[in-house]
Ligand binder design. Structure first.
Ligand SMILES: Cc1cc2nc3c(=O)[nH]c(=O)nc-3n(C[C@H](O)[C@H](O)[C@H](O)COP(=O)(O)OP(=O)(O)OC[C@H]3O[C@@H](n4cnc5c(N)ncnc54)[C@H](O)[C@@H]3O)c2cc1C
Length: 252
């Protein structure tokens, strides 16, 4: 079983994000961490691979920096990593990202591609489905449980009311929700071994991808300050004021 896990390095959400003057693009420091969302994908990939004597290949696009996030995923147990770091990808949109990732995945080969449902910094939530479309395989999304049975994939797909059971043949792309599994912590042995695992970096010319940059960032406006709430003192008729407010907001 050749499992590919898409992992993204992001600036540490514990420190305030900064936007670049002029372009409005996110400043990506050399020091980035593995997106917490993708730790679940890595763990799921490891469990699937270990059950079927498979391998886990990481694929990532973005400024590599000191590759701390990638090393973290390798230390968890992934076997190797393919990274795409190219200055021409600055300002890349979700479709460009999916095109690049799909090109690498095609190159490395796959039975199953695992992603998070949405990243912590971009959270567009569309890259997994786009990758599946570009690879020409089914996209199974919002998985809270993943099972492989021979050549087929079965997931519990989270819904507002509970879950749907969805099945498909392999190869396929599956996006997993946070909490699908409990991600393991890298052991000391894992951290040492990660230093020797193969990490290959591509640039765009070696991949032959047409990067369209279809999305243009026209302006950025700070989110409006949250307005102070209104305090209603109950002198016997507070409920009427609350009902009027809810009606005004079209809640009831
Ligand atoms: C304004 C802007 C500027 C950008 N600048 C750059 C840049 O300078 N350099 C650059 O390389 N990219 C850049 N990008 C691309 C960006 O970082 C995202 O990778 C891309 O837009 C995907 O969007 P998302 O994170 O919302 O994906 P989502 O659909 O929310 O992600 C879902 C899952 O898809 C997978 N995934 C998503 N993105 C990646 C990725 N990059 N690598 C591996 N797996 C991934 C992960 O498993 C993730 O959990 C930029 C995007 C925008 C909008």
């Amino acid at each position: 079983m050749n499992v590919v896990v898409c992992v993204k390095q992001i600036p540490d959400p514990a420190t305030p994000y900064q936007l670049e003057e002029g372009t409005g693009w996110l400043v990506r420091p050399a020091e980035q961490i593995l997106d917490d969302t993708d730790r679940y994908g890595v763990e799921m990939g490891l469990q699937v691979a270990q059950a079927g004597e498979g391998t886990v290949t990481l694929v990532s696009m973005g400024p590599v920096g000191n590759a701390q996030g990638i090393r973290q995923a390798l230390a968890m147990g992934a076997d190797r990593a393919f990274l795409v770091d190219d200055p021409s990808l600055r300002g890349a949109d979700a479709l460009t990202t999916a095109r690049v990732l799909a090109a690498v995945i095609t190159r490395v080969g796959f039975d199953l591609v695992i992603t998070g449902t949405e990243s912590t910094d971009g959270y567009s939530g569309v890259v997994p489905q786009m990758i599946a479309g570009l690879l020409g395989v089914p996209a199974l999304t919002y998985a809270t449980k993943v099972e492989i049975d021979g050549g087929s994939l079965r997931i519990n797909r989270q819904t507002a009311a509970g879950y749907d059971v969805v099945t498909s043949p392999l190869p396929a792309v599956v996006s997993v929700t946070a909490g699908v599994v409990e991600p393991r912590y890298p052991t000391f042995k894992g951290i040492m071994e990660a230093k020797k695992k193969p990490v290959e970096t591509y640039d765009i010319s070696s991949l032959g991808v047409d990067i369209g940059h279809d999305q243009v960032l026209t302006s950025i406006t700070p989110a409006p300050e949250r307005e102070a709430g209104r305090r209603i003192t109950d002198e016997g008729e507070a409920h009427l004021a609350i009902i009027a407010l809810l009606e005004q907001r079209k809640v009831i």
